[in-house]
Write a protein that binds this ligand. Structure first.
Ligand code: 2AM
Length: 180
């Protein structure tokens, strides 16, 4: 269900690769395997962030949408075949040992277009990953995922994040290229 939109209130947004049901199920299976009984990201929230836009007022969003209207998104295959762990944030993630160059080019193109609308990309630089668990206390899997996930990618999702005190929730607002 869509939330009522208050045009005065900035919306918390990000651009992402949003898995379809089959890939989502495969990623969720690996997440369950890797995290055991620990709390992990809910299956329907799993995604790969391309650009975190943060709190975005309505006029800024309109400018982003105009800038991305004819965004070319090349068809690519992302092979998710390794786990990673960032100790500082205690994030356990799933990623690729060979992230396709097209994905880095896509993120660079997004930055170029958004920068023209006044957007300042965050540091650190883009690192392709699907977060499986936050505040993960281990053990970090040492083996590779038993079966790599082949994820065919050909669109970028604009996603809204509703933080607590409502339950954390992500909603895809639209895709580029536009779905018909
Ligand atoms: P993640 O990709 O490591 O999970 C929505 O919050 C998404 O944007 C999450 O996937 C999150 O991290 C990513 N993200 C990137 N920078 C963020 C920031 N400064 N604050 C919140 N989320 C951020």
């Amino acid at each position: 269900m869509s939330l009522p939109v208050n045009p005065e209130k900035p919306r918390r947004l990000f651009l992402a690769l949003w898995p379809e049901a089959q890939e989502r199920q495969s990623i969720a299976r690996l997440a369950a395997r890797a995290t055991g009984r620990q709390r992990r990201i809910a299956d329907d929230l799993l995604h790969l962030t391309l650009v975190f836009l943060g709190k975005t007022p309505a006029d800024r969003l309109a400018a982003y949408e105009a800038a991305l209207a004819d965004l070319p998104v090349p068809e690519m295959e992302l092979v998710l075949d390794r786990y990673g762990y960032w100790p500082q944030s205690r994030i356990l993630w799933l990623g690729s040992s060979h992230t396709p160059p097209e994905l880095y080019e896509l993120v660079a193109e997004l930055h170029r277009r958004l920068r023209d609308c006044g957007f300042a990309p965050e540091e650190p630089a883009f690192r392709a990953h699907v977060t499986l668990a936050r505040r993960f206390s281990g053990p970090v899997p040492t083996e590779l995922p038993p079966v790599p996930i082949r994820w065919r990618v050909n669109e970028v999702a604009l996603v809204e994040s509703t933080p607590p005190p409502r339950i954390a929730h992500y909603e895809v607002l639209r895709y580029w290229p536009e779905r018909r």
